[in-house]
Design a protein around this ligand. Structure first.
Ligand code: BGC
Length: 772
């Protein structure tokens, strides 16, 4: 162990600047972190002060499809390749740990950051996260699996309190993290801002020590999300290893006050320090051989981004109009064909080099195009542009019997960090135009862009819908490849597209004005709810079409090996890939659960025997008295599906206790700390503070509601921010995130995220003012 002074030990608990761990004057290695998850957002020090606040200023990197898009590929090998490819860029940009992947469950389609997450299903989300992590870490670059946990909404994400019962928490919200930890041991876990069952996740001994380390055997470091460490001594005792970003001495100050008298703090600090030093030793080797930006093979990476996108985009409807006839005349309407939307806002925003848009890419394939924007694709701008011209072109297309490709989707201000959507509607300026084009009798092919479900209300009135998701920098070329049929679509949605947000299980219990959010729907999340309650949906979980057709036969189930196999035949005339899904349902249960999947590429006429190995937890259930998953013997139905609602083969099997327990052998013996369970799952409400009881763990937004003085301060800060953001609009996600952080981050958190501008003294004064 390195010899560190007490001061250095305390300092090592906190990062340096925005992106580094502390090097104790050269005594230990320092590692560099960078966002993640779908590309590298490596920020440079600009004009001597780090422009951490300007998220969009970073080095050029490849922007890969976002996680919601990658998940739709259902392709494990692509996720591992994604991890590996980003790792190659990290190696050349001197980054040691990439802040990703994110594997939070999509509790509602409205969460502003859903594009950064994989799925509403824990098995799918955990499996894909593990592939990404293994792909990246094989190249010596560490990952940070985030945001642990129950960070399922952006509104008030810094203080909201997710209230979840033990079974739901373990089966749904913790499970993706558990799978990824057990299968891939990420270098680090990023603990989220929010509270869970009354306490900050970052200060939860139950989550960070009992579950993460003791139950799952996590070996890496726990890093706070940026500004999530509220009360350094408590976070340290809970099991946090590194608080980010730099608090300019504030955390050391907090620790100093208790250091002498609190033996637990001293012991925990030694543990945390040892883990940070170990991580630095382990993960700083990755980049050293080739820290040279010019060595990044951007061309190869761009091609990978294109391949990922074409494997992930989802064909939601097609009556035969697609693929387009080769080199035909087409009409394209919609600004998004020119100014493409391919990523979301916030800390995952990648600066890319310019690449061809869909118009240019279609032209390059020989299509003759009439184009009008019809609406502006610009942020916050809901005005029409070339509306009349768009209608004229649509009329001409009807007369000439050529298809109209309508490009539409969510513009920048809808999806990003720090805010959620109110509904799943597309911008009105787009739908108004689309409705008029449909009314003209045009053969419309809708090409849609969003990182989360949108209202495809026009499905029955158009001839095809191709959902591109937010598919990264190669989106223009990907559209052209898929529309032209050069690549056959094979993506399937990894989440349900409901008819309305009102149909979602957590409707009315999501992103309210107060901190407490009750997860009343329990485990009925996503398709589990729609299947159990028979709720009609626009497109069900796992749904996606192809230009070819597939046939399934000869199902065989080997319960002992947890293997399901079948013949899969491509019965159409073009090559295509099929994502086969295996659901299992216990007798008496009201929903099926995804327990395995495999993607298979087939030439026309070709048949392959596909074997799907099921999750080790396939025949288990979470038992709240054992506080663990336990074997669940009995009668099960094994269902092989093209989606959760299109089951093509099924078989009933009896599973013995021994067979059910087989998978659990990988779960190490575990003795739960009963009092810790008891306290975590009782008194789960958080009592909101008010004038007289406000503390530094409250935020300016809440204080401003009750204090004129704080209202004035908040107004002034907002004005300064807007001024310093160089005239950017309030709707710009990079402005929205800063404004929401200032209003919603606890005061303590402002100290580190403002890089010391908001001082400890100011914090204390503000609390006094708010309580006056
Ligand atoms: C985000 C994290 C991100 C971090 C660093 C936070 O606001 O929640 O996902 O990694 O900032 O940029």
């Amino acid at each position: 162990m390195v010899n560190l002074s007490d001061e250095e030990k305390m300092r090592l608990f906190n990062g340096v600047g925005s992106w580094n761990s502390y090097d104790a004057g050269g005594k230990v290695r320092s590692f560099t972190m960078s966002d993640g998850p779908h590309g590298l957002r490596k920020q440079d020090a600009i004009e001597e002060t780090e422009h951490y606040a300007d998220l969009n200023r970073s080095r050029i990197a490849t922007c890969f499809p976002t996680s919601s898009c990658m998940a739709a590929s259902w392709d494990k090998s692509l996720l591992s390749e994604l991890g590996k490819t980003i790792a190659e860029e990290a190696q050349c940009q001197e980054v040691d740990v990439v802040l990703g992947p994110g594997t939070n469950i999509k509790r509602s389609p409205l969460c502003g950051r859903n594009f950064e997450y994989f799925s509403e299903d824990p098995y799918l989300a955990g499996t894909l996260a593990a592939e990404y992590i293994n792909g990246m870490q094989a190249l010596g670059i560490g990952t940070s699996l985030k945001h642990f946990t129950c960070n399922n909404q952006e509104k008030r994400r810094q203080t909201s309190n997710s209230i979840v019962n033990e079974k739901t928490l373990s089966e749904i919200y913790l499970r993706p993290f558990e799978i990824a930890v057990r299968k891939a041991q990420p270098a680090s876990i990023m603990v989220s801002y929010n509270k869970v069952n009354g306490d900050y996740a970052a200060a939860s001994k139950f989550l960070l020590t009992e579950v993460l380390r003791k139950k799952w055997g996590f070996k890496g470091i726990v890093i706070s999300d940026w500004g999530a460490c509220i009360g350094a001594p408590n976070c340290l005792k809970a099991g946090m290893s590194l608080a980010m970003p730099d608090s300019n001495g504030y955390f050391s100050h907090q620790l100093e006050k208790v250091y002498k008298d609190d033996a637990e703090v001293r012991a925990k600090l030694d543990e945390a320090n040892a883990l940070v030093i170990e991580a630095a030793n382990k993960w700083t080797g990755g980049h050293q051989q080739k820290a040279d930006n010019s060595k990044i093979d951007f061309k190869a990476h761009h091609n990978a981004a294109l391949r990922f996108a074409t494997n992930a985009a989802v064909l939601l409807k097609n009556d035969g109009v697609l693929p387009l006839a080769e080199k035909s005349k087409i009409t394209v309407i919609g600004a998004m064909a020119a100014t493409m939307k391919f990523q979301g806002g916030g800390s995952s925003h990648i600066s890319t080099a310019p690449y061809p848009n869909a118009l240019d890419s279609l032209k390059a394939l020989g299509y003759e195009i009439d184009f009008a924007e019809g609406y502006t694709g610009e942020m916050g701008d809901t005005s029409e542009r070339g509306y009349a011209q768009a209608l004229e072109l649509a009329k001409k297309a009807v007369a000439e019997k050529r298809p109209v490709l309508f490009f539409c989707g969510l513009t920048e201000e809808f999806e990003g960090e720090g805010f959620d959507r109110d509904n799943i509607a597309l911008p009105q300026v787009q739908t108004k135009l689309l409705d008029q084009i449909i009314a003209l009798g045009a053969d419309v092919i809708a090409v849609t862009f969003s990182g989360a479900p949108i209202d495809i209300y026009f499905a029955d009135k158009v001839r095809a819908v191709l959902h591109m998701y937010l598919c990264g920098e190669a989106c223009g070329e990907a559209c052209a490849e898929l529309l032209s049929g050069r690549v056959n679509p094979s993506g399937k949605i990894a989440e349900t597209f409901p008819f309305s947000e009102k149909d979602t299980p957590c409707y009315g219990n999501f992103a309210g004005e107060e901190d407490n959010i009750e997860y009343k729907e329990g485990s009925y999340v996503g398709y589990r709810y729609y299947e159990a309650k028979n709720v009609p949906v626009r497109y069900e979980f796992g749904f996606g079409l192809s230009y070819t057709t597939f046939e399934y036969s000869n199902l065989k189930v080997d319960v002992a090996k947890r293997e399901v196999s079948f013949d899969l035949k491509n019965t159409g005339s073009v090559k295509g890939a099929e994502a086969s899904q295996v659901y299992i349902q216990k007798e008496g249960s009201d929903y099926p659960e995804l327990r395995g999947f495999e993607k298979t590429m087939l030439e026309p006429g070709e048949t392959k025997r596909v074997t799907v190995t099921l999750d080790e937890n396939a025949f288990t259930t979470y038992d709240t008295s054992a506080h663990n998953f336990v074997a669940d013997a009995g009668e099960y139905t094994i269902k092989v599906g093209m989606s959760v609602r299109k089951i093509v083969l099924e078989q009933k099997v009896s599973v013995s206790a021994e067979q059910a327990a087989a998978g659990l052998s990988e779960v190490a013996a575990y003795t739960p700390d009963l009092p810790l369970y008891e306290s975590f799952f009782t008194n789960t409400f958080y009592e909101q503070h008010h004038k007289g009881t406000f503390t530094a763990a409250d935020n300016l937004g809440d204080m401003a509601k009750e204090s004129f003085g704080v209202r004035v301060i908040l107004k002034i800060i907002n004005m300064i921010i807007l001024f310093s953001m160089r005239g950017k609009s309030k709707n710009d996600p990079s402005v929205k995130i800063v404004l929401s952080a200032i209003a919603e981050n606890p005061l303590e958190s402002l100290i580190s995220i403002t890089n010391g501008i908001f001082t400890e003294k100011l914090m204390e004064k503000t609390v006094r003012l708010a309580n006056r």
